[in-house]
Design a protein around this ligand. Structure first.
Ligand code: NDP
Length: 291
């Protein structure tokens, strides 16, 4: 079994980005500037945003973190989005999800200028993605494509099973992998909670993308020998042996499935860092679009 090491690949891609930033600086161009809005104190969101800000520092981007209390109104948040849309110094921004219940995430996403939508969640970018047009690809699917491409995993003609149909992971990655393009041309089965006889699909899969949010759901008896596994899940499970009281696990039983897989992503250190790196690439793209 070979590890698909997202952490190592991210490091490599980030050093490539840093070189491009040096070049931008040397030629007097704008330095990419990413802003992030974080509402409330969700520990997982705090950790994701921290990673994003740290990555900006690593590649030489400017970053701004806008923290707001959970009591912020939807209107106040929309006004912050409007200000970021209008701010020429900010090339891209994200609103970290999930948002508090009283704020409609769709309304917020629709308000983001698609040219600054570096998370690739706006329907304008999603629609372009579906049609194979130039756009910001959603960060997690983009990170998965990069991981497969750089690891030399062939997708052409393969049967790929995607588990989970969210708008941010399952649905877009299923579209991207079935496109007529590099790291595409696969026959994709998009499965979800209503799928009957799920194991019949997973057992036939050459590649499985697991994005359900259920700790260690995919077991060894559900996959065939030599399968390639991309585990998107990030789940906190209680673990009193850890100082922080929990450990992170994916949607795949790493030990069992790993023993049968040809390649597998670890959690943490697989898709997570690639998502952040894809966000950096989108921000670099955003600054180039302005020039
Ligand atoms: P959602 O919670 O939005 O969706 C989960 C999906 O899984 C749904 O489509 C659901 O089906 C499906 N599902 C639930 N139970 C089953 C089942 N028994 N069999 C088959 N499908 C099932 O998920 P997200 O895409 O937002 O997140 C998935 C996981 O990925 C989470 O652990 C999340 O933390 C992680 N994540 C990781 C990222 C990273 O950077 N590594 C980025 C984003 C997410 P239905 O539609 O029918 O309800």
């Amino acid at each position: 079994m070979e590890l698909l090491d997202g952490r190592a690949l991210s490091k490599q891609i980030k050093s490539e980005i840093a070189k491009e930033v040096d070049l931008l600086k040397a030629t007097g161009k704008d330095i990419p500037h990413l802003a992030a809005i974080l509402v409330g104190e969700n520990p997982a969101s705090e950790s994701y945003v921290r990673n994003k800000v740290r990555s900006c520092e690593e590649v030489g981007f400017e970053s701004t973190l806008i923290r707001k209390d959970e009591s912020i109104t939807e209107q106040e948040l929309l006004e912050i989005v409007d200000r970021l849309n209008a701010n020429d110094d900010v090339h891209g921004f994200i609103v970290q999800l999930p948002l508090p219940r009283h704020i409609d995430p769709i309304k917020v996403t629709l308000r983001i200028d698609p040219k600054k939508d570096v998370d690739g969640f706006h329907p304008n970018n999603f629609g372009k993605m579906a049609q194979g047009l130039d756009c910001f690809l959603p960060a997690t699917p983009y990170g998965i494509l990069l991981l497969l491409e750089r690891a030399g995993i062939e997708t052409n003609g393969k049967h790929i099973v995607v588990m989970g149909r969210s708008n941010i992971v399952g649905t877009p990655i299923s579209i991207l992998l079935s496109r007529k393009s590099n790291v595409g041309n696969a026959t994709v089965s998009l499965t979800h909670s209503r799928t009957k006889n799920l194991t019949e699909f997973t057992k036939k899969a050459d590649i499985i993308i697991a994005a359900l949010g259920i700790p260690e759901f995919l077991k060894a008896d559900m996959v065939k020998e030599g399968v390639v596994i991309v585990d998107v899940g990030i789940n906190r499970v209680e673990d009193s042996s850890k100082k922080r009281g929990y450990r992170l696990v994916g949607d795949v039983d790493f030990e069992g499935v790993g023993a049968k897989a040809s390649h597998i992503t670890p959690v943490p250190g697989g898709v997570g860092p690639m998502t952040v790196t894809a966000l950096m690439l989108n921000t670099l793209k955003a600054v180039k679009m302005v020039d």
